[in-house]
Design a protein around this ligand. Structure first.
Ligand code: SAM
Length: 227
């Protein structure tokens, strides 16, 4: 059964679906989508041999080789210029890695109208990249599953972007409007983590003053939204 986290990613794909799932591992997401929607097609990309083989196995076992291509390669390099994909999913990685995959593969984004991203950490880095590259955040979700909190970001290509404010980059524009209990839980925990880290950094004199000021400012922002 597909995880709640990947179901949230799946629910944001728009029909007609022809998408690339980058870092697909078992290819559970493309297999779920193609089983649900007989018209859907997908490319599952994997850089590592083990997950690549796992993806091939799942696709074979689900009898979906005619609609899901499993390709081995780094990030968006597995996408060919004439692949008619209109959406990309990247889930279960850190925000820095997601950003570098998108940045390195910018030339492959020409026809990609929608990105559905699920960074495990550093979602702010992803939001900044989206804003700088004319992808407007249209949906966001925050969920808890098996003791972990996940954020899902959906962004659509636009011709004129509305810039995000610093707090919107940090918390997510939609999540900030909603402020649901999972959001409050995440940021209450984040505040404690950041306070502890800041305290030890100050003690060890490891951070320049401007970094300390930036961290203190983020902690103040967190307090404003959680209290
Ligand atoms: N997307 C699945 C999910 O959310 O459950 C799998 C997530 S798994 C933690 C991350 C996967 O990304 C691994 O299988 C890893 O091999 C793959 N990966 C990491 N860097 C990658 C890259 N640059 N290009 C393609 N795949 C990558």
């Amino acid at each position: 059964m597909l995880s709640k986290r990947l179901k949230k990613v799946a629910n944001n794909l728009r029909k007609p679906i022809y998408f690339a799932d980058i870092g697909s591992d078992h290819a559970y997401l493309p297999c779920y989508i193609c089983a649900e929607d007989p018209e859907a097609k997908a490319i599952a990309g994997e850089v590592n041999e083990g997950p690549f083989k796992r993806a091939q196995k799942t696709v074979r076992e689900n009898d979906l080789t005619d609609r899901i291509q499993v390709r081995k390669g780094n990030g968006l390099e597995i996408i060919k210029m004439d692949d008619p994909i209109n959406q990309i999913t990247i889930a279960g990685m850190g925000g820095k890695l997601i950003k570098s995959i998108l940045e390195q593969g910018k030339d492959k984004l020409g026809n990609v109208e929608r990105l559905i991203l699920q960074p495990n950490i550093d979602a702010n880095i992803v939001r900044e990249w989206l804003m700088e590259n004319s992808y407007q955040i249209t949906e966001e979700e925050i969920i808890e599953e098996d003791g972990y909190i996940y954020e899902i970001i959906v962004a659509d290509k636009v011709t004129s972007i509305t810039f995000l404010k610093r707090d919107e980059v940090l918390f997510g524009p939609k999540l900030l409007q909603e402020k649901n209990p999972v959001f409050i839980k995440k940021w209450t925990l984040e505040r404690e983590k950041r306070l502890k880290l800041l305290y030890s950094m100050k003690k060890a004199k490891q951070l320049p003053d401007e970094k300390i000021a930036q961290w203190e400012n983020d902690i103040r922002l967190i307090e404003e939204v959680t209290y």
